[in-house]
Ligand binder design. Structure first.
Ligand code: PH4
Ligand code: ZN
Length: 307
């Protein structure tokens, strides 16, 4: 059943656990996400970026999400727009059947971010849909970064308090040192957990961690073993994900881990059987690899058995 982002995240916020928000760009990723939720008895947020929507078509995104949510009607699922870049993009998603949207105006100045977010909140709340916004920039932080440099990049907790009060946004993604993709940290992994705790204390709403892929060793190994290259890659360590949940994170955005796990299996099959051209022989193990990652993550984040 498709439910709003709030329905899933407020419970996670009250009970202190994290829900995985998994991106999909095709049927296979979506199927793997639902099968994992079914196996782990976990609520899920399925999300599509504007790029994913362009790739599949918004009617297909919503159609597949609704069909899947009917097939697994006992699983609470929110269909979320990831990194919406404009009011229009969020409005289109709402009209098309998304139950949660993100307006990402974090690259604008605070006032403009607040203005755009408030507009989206007004439209979305009229339709009963939840809204996520972002403050600060998604960037890794170096060990030797100065306090001023850090303040310029990461979320400012006092601003977060004002932003949430004025915009009435439902959830917030505070930048605390993560970034998208497979190359998150140059040196040792580092996140600003104190800043996160301060944002939670001052806002009291569900918080979101973008760029939360962990790249577990077995996923990296599978990719490398088949001839892939991930030199210099580093994800968010599992202990950091746990610490982030303790600090108030309730939505954990995960895409890169699924991509790497899937492609490793596709390449393995391609390497092992040069005569193979049945797509299902590539994608079925790809889906199994994604499922392993997701079920494990649901247990780590604490969403398993929360249905
Ligand atoms: N996301 C995923 C963004 C995907 O344009 P696109 O489809 O490539 O966008 O919002 C995340 O926060 C994922 O973080 P990860 O890279 O650590 O998995
Ligand atoms: Zn993101």
């Amino acid at each position: 059943m498709l439910v709003t982002g709030n329905e899933i995240l407020l419970k996670a916020h009250q009970e202190g656990y994290g829900v995985g928000a998994f991106n999909f760009v095709n049927f296979e990723m979506l199927q793997a996400i639902f099968e994992s939720a079914n196996e782990a008895n976990s609520p899920i947020i399925i999300q599509a970026s504007e790029g994913a929507i362009k790739y599949m078509g918004i009617d297909m995104v919503v159609g597949m999400a609704k069909t899947m949510s009917k097939r697994y009607s006992h699983i609470p699922v929110a269909l979320h727009l990831d990194h919406g870049t404009s009011v229009e993009s969020c409005q289109k998603a709402i009209e098309s059947g998304f139950t949660s949207v993100m307006i990402d105006a974090s690259h604008h100045h605070f006032e403009e971010n607040l203005e755009l977010t408030t507009k989206v909140v007004q439209i979305a709340h009229k339709a009963g849909i939840s809204v996520e916004a972002e403050l600060g920039r998604l960037m890794g932080i170096e060990d030797n970064i100065s306090v001023d440099e850090k303040d310029a990049v990461l979320v400012n907790p006092k601003e977060a308090e004002i932003f949430v009060k004025e915009s009435k946004v439902d959830s917030l993604a505070p930048a605390i040192g993560t970034s998208h993709g497979a190359f998150k940290f140059k040196g040792e992994p580092k996140l600003d957990f104190k800043r996160l705790q301060e944002v939670k204390r001052l806002t009291h709403i569900p918080l979101v961690l973008h760029g939360a892929s962990a790249i577990p060793d077995y996923v990296r190994e599978a990719f490398l073993k088949t001839g892939g290259d991930l030199k210099g890659s580093k994800g968010v360590p599992f202990e950091f994900l746990k610490e982030a949940i303790k600090g108030g994170i309730n939505k954990v955005n995960t895409d890169t881990d699924l991509r790497i796990a899937f492609i490793a299996e596709v390449r393995r099959v391609a390497n092992e059987d040069k005569t193979q051209f049945d797509l299902r022989k590539f994608f079925t193990p790809g889906m199994e690899a994604i499922k392993k990652v997701i079920v494990e993550r649901m247990h780590l984040l604490g969403s398993a058995n929360k249905i």
